[in-house]
Design a protein around this ligand. Structure first.
Ligand code: DAH
Length: 327
């Protein structure tokens, strides 16, 4: 029997037709098996053997052809669905992460005012993270920051303030810097994650060149840059590394200062800490006859306010649909 038509099949459908014609219930080969019973025993044996061989050959050829056609089909499909990743897509998916976006806005403001951007290690030692910032061992203010410690006594930095110390130790005054970056604390709830971001700022210069008024002006301009038309107020506070210290509030951007749930009906939102650098900090880095001011802020807090998000944790779940909404 001629099996060459199997090889000539051009499509999987065509091949299936041939298979049915040969091996289906009413197929030619199947039919021949049925006719065996009409033959004489000797003849039957011989023909049965031939038929079995034929069936096997046909089956093998069909399977081979099937594989060949399937591969061809896949190849064509791949060719058709090929994506040119170099093609320009005017509507990219995804978006800049709100934390990155907010961070960029902050950095942009300060670099335009000639602040340098400094960085430091995430794994810090006690000296840079605490001691040199006027936070001696057993000082109660260390409780303000729930620290992750390593067995060797090192720690994950709890704020970006250690970069102040590193910068002053490696550079001479005047200094005008910010240090953006990740920090870590043992905290987890609606508004806290164990890893978050801060931007620290430090200005050091001759005594007559820096003042609290100067600090106030810079921070007021900064907060208007970030939040638009807001009122800014300074409240006395405490930080070990600054004296005097202040916390900075903006008028609530949700109720315009009228009082709402977000601002706990106070009309104000706390956004920054700041102050005049404590002399003990200068002593730790060996600076004399200078004055300075510093400030620190949480980037997540800014990003939440700017994007009107009330659960910080969604920022780290990586849901692209959410990020697209925040574009
Ligand atoms: N390091 C402080 C914190 O993590 C933030 C801060 C407050 C930094 C006041 C400063 C400052 O430089 O002057 O809570």
């Amino acid at each position: 029997m001629d099996l060459s038509e199997i090889k000539k099949a051009l499509t999987l459908d065509e091949l299936e037709e041939i298979r049915v014609k040969l091996l289906g219930k009413k197929g030619i080969i199947t039919q021949k098996f049925k006719e065996l019973k009409n033959l004489a025993p000797e003849e039957r044996k011989r023909v049965a053997k031939e038929l079995n061989e034929l069936k096997e050959r046909a089956t093998t050829l069909i399977l081979q052809k099937k594989k060949e056609l399937e591969e061809k089909l896949l190849e064509e499909k791949l060719k058709l669905e090929k994506i040119d990743v170099t093609l320009f897509n005017p509507k990219p998916t995804g978006a800049i992460h709100p934390i990155t976006d907010t961070m960029n806005k902050i950095i942009d403001f300060f670099t335009r005012l000639n602040f340098s951007v400094e960085t430091g290690p995430l794994v810090e030692d006690d000296f840079h993270n605490f001691e040199a910032l006027n936070l001696p061992k057993y000082h109660p203010a260390r409780d303000m920051q729930d620290t992750f410690y390593f067995n060797d006594g090192n720690l994950l930095r709890t704020h970006t303030s250690p970069v102040q110390i590193r910068t002053m130790l490696s550079q001479k005054p005047p200094i005008r810097m910010i240090s953006p970056g990740a920090v870590f604390r043992r905290d987890y709830d609606l508004t806290h994650t164990p890893m978050f971001h801060q931007v620290e700022g430090l200005v050091v210069d001759k005594k007559e060149k820096v003042s609290f008024a100067n600090l106030k002006f810079i921070l007021e301009s900064f907060l208007v840059h970030m939040f638009g038309d807001v009122k800014v107020r300074f409240r006395p506070s405490f930080f070990p590394f600054t004296e005097p210290s202040a916390e900075v509030d903006i008028s609530c951007i949700f109720c315009k200062g009228e009082g709402c749930r977000v601002c706990s009906y106070t009309g104000w939102l706390e956004v920054l800490g700041c102050g005049v650098v404590d002399p003990n900090v200068f002593k730790a880095v060996g600076y004399n006859d200078v004055s300075g001011y510093a400030f620190g802020l949480g980037v997540e807090r800014f990003a939440m306010l700017l994007n009107k998000i009330n659960d910080l944790r969604i920022m780290y779940e990586g849901d692209i649909r959410l990020m697209e909404q925040l574009k």
